[in-house]
Write a protein that binds this ligand. Structure first.
Ligand SMILES: [Zn+2]
Length: 220
């Protein structure tokens, strides 16, 4: 199972940190990477969100597959790549307080950074909270368990657990406990046979902290 329907919102894992969120008649892609097939025209992005410019999150080849000429793309201010069409530069804090509405969809741009690693300094990338069908979905990007997470309010959290470049299972479980969403979906693990990140371990750790959080492990 690579997707799950929660009320009126469908969440599909595209592998790694890539997701397709569908709700309110819109398709929102986040960090598409190594997509096997180009979606049909009607299944392409109304909104495309890029968390940061690392190749496994901002992949020109995959962006070309999911983007249409009328797609709106959000990219972090510090991303060095140029985008065509309706591409808007965003940064954490610009929009954290009052949100940013795109095509009627409310999107908040939140911090995403490492604490004890150098790969993602603060300001390099962002995370997003997308509101679809009345549900708030938080995509954490590449980050550690940073202090501002305690002010993130989300029904569903998509959290990295890989541990080399991001939080590991333990840190992500602590993040889940603090955010306290109804559902958490692990991401950013096990790519191309790598051994980093164990979703079952993550699930056990989350339930040890809060048994009411539903951990859904998707297949990519
Ligand atoms: Zn990264």
């Amino acid at each position: 199972m690579n997707s799950v329907k929660i009320e009126n919102v469908n969440i599909k894992w595209l592998g790694h940190s890539g997701f397709l969120l569908e709700g309110d008649g819109k398709k929102v892609y986040i960090d598409p990477f190594e997509i096997s097939e180009e979606p049909a025209f009607d299944d392409k992005a109304d909104i495309l969100l890029i968390t940061h410019e690392h190749f496994d999150h901002c992949s020109p080849e995959d962006i070309r597959k999911v983007r249409r000429s009328d797609s709106t793309t959000l990219i972090p201010e510090n991303c060095s790549l140029e985008f065509r069409g309706d591409a808007r530069r965003v940064a954490e804090g610009d929009t954290l307080a009052d949100g940013l509405e795109i095509k009627g969809t409310r999107i908040e741009v939140v911090p995403a950074y490492n604490l004890n690693k150098t790969y993602h300094p603060r300001g390099f990338g962002v995370g997003y909270i997308v509101e679809l069908g009345g549900i708030r979905i938080y995509h954490a990007g590449d980050c550690d368990f940073f202090p501002e997470m305690k002010s993130i309010k989300a029904d569903i959290a998509l959290l990295p657990i890989g541990g080399t470049y991001t939080m590991d299972e333990e840190e992500a479980a602590s993040a889940a406990a603090v955010i306290s969403p109804k559902i958490v979906i692990p991401m950013h693990y096990g790519r191309s046979g790598r051994k980093d990140g164990n979703p079952e371990k993550f699930k056990t750790l989350v339930h040890g902290k809060n048994p009411d959080i539903n951990v859904i492990i998707l297949d990519s």
